[in-house]
Design a protein around this ligand. Structure first.
Ligand code: AHN
Ligand code: ZN
Length: 326
């Protein structure tokens, strides 16, 4: 690790020396130059990770698509050299009495680091397309490209980058299950069952718990906009400030809009309740109503609703955020 940092330092000194006479010579020290060298988030790679998930079929707990996708996520994390990959299994009872064989998948990078960041996304998909106009479609499972697939696709592309070069801080990746088996219009606690279980059984103590968390949910939509989500802004405003400023600095200020819109009881709500400040990056398609994209919980939540530019804006912003940490 020391050698790697030294090599980067020397490389950037050479780069600085080469630029010395040119118009863009600046006053940054070598250390600052190193600090701003970010890995490149590959949107095509993330897109392919989303497509692979969709090809498994719906990832509804208890189905073969669910089982196969869990195996695949674990194999990808191992391939991308996570220090540890853990499957937390539980049978959770849904609002309607269904028993769900849930798996929260947890991977740690740079396990020794005491300063850590938690990144999370739900990997299950909704069993019912109950936002369809046609009631005949309400019992059909959604493809879950954006709602489920996109967050996982971005996290796996981040994992691929972590395998190449680690940031200064430790990184925990949590793929939560049974988020989307909730009761539309019913109890808020009927959603996010995997995360509710996780916070009751977290593998953290005072020294290993992360400084903060970033949840990615519905991050791949066409021409998506991300507003400051209400609970994030109320419970973890400094993290929202940090991430939105990082997006702006990276040129994604149009995608990450610096105003508050909407509020959603999502996985981050429960992480906050467990004492870890956590924000939600989630699409707000209509700032007037704070609503989700039109494909949400419909059969049109397929690959046609996925935008590489949105994956890139979110993925690069999160990467830059964690590589900025000292
Ligand atoms: C509520 O409707 C309370 N939460 C929904 C969170 C969600 C569903 N995110 C994606 N799908
Ligand atoms: Zn959903």
């Amino acid at each position: 690790m020391k050698i790697q940092v030294l090599a980067l330092l020397i490389m950037s000194l050479i780069a600085t020396a080469c630029n010395a006479g040119s118009a863009n010579a600046d006053n940054r020290t070598a250390e600052q130059v190193v600090a701003v060298s970010y890995p490149q988030f590959n949107a095509d790679s993330a897109y392919n990770f989303v497509a692979t998930q969709v090809n498994f079929g719906p990832r509804v707990p208890g189905t073969s698509g669910h089982k196969n996708c869990a195996q695949w996520i674990v194999s990808q994390l191992n391939q991308f050299k996570a220090d540890t990959v853990m499957c937390q299994r539980a049978t959770l009872t849904a609002f309607n009495g269904d028993r769900l064989p849930a798996i929260n998948i947890f991977a740690q990078y740079n396990r020794q680091a005491t300063k850590r960041v938690l990144l999370l996304a739900h990997w299950d998909t909704r069993p019912w397309a109950d936002a369809e106009k046609d009631p005949a479609k309400h019992k059909t499972p959604i493809p879950g490209a954006n709602d489920g697939g996109s967050g996982v696709g971005v996290l796996l592309e981040i994992a691929r980058n972590l395998a190449v070069r680690m940031p200064a801080v430790g990184v925990d990746l949590l793929f939560t299950d049974a988020e989307d088996y909730g009761d539309t219009g019913g109890e808020d606690n009927s959603w996010c069952l995997g995360t509710q279980y996780w916070v009751k059984n977290m593998p953290y103590d005072a020294t290993t718990r992360p400084m903060y968390g970033i949840l990615l949910d519905i991050v791949g939509g066409l021409d998506a906009r991300f507003y400051r989500e209400g609970f994030s802004d109320y419970l973890a405003p400094n993290i929202v400030n940090k991430v939105w400023a990082t997006a702006n600095a990276a040129g994604y200020g149009n995608t990450f809009v610096n105003t508050q819109r909407g509020a959603v009881t999502d996985d981050h709500f429960h992480i906050n309740a467990a004492g870890i400040p956590c924000i939600d990056i989630i699409e707000c398609a209509n700032p007037a109503t704070g609503s989700f994209p039109s494909t949400w919980h419909t059969l049109n939540d397929d690959m046609k609703s996925i935008d590489r530019n949105s994956l890139k804006a979110v993925g690069q912003t999160v990467l830059n955020t964690i590589y900025n940490e000292k």
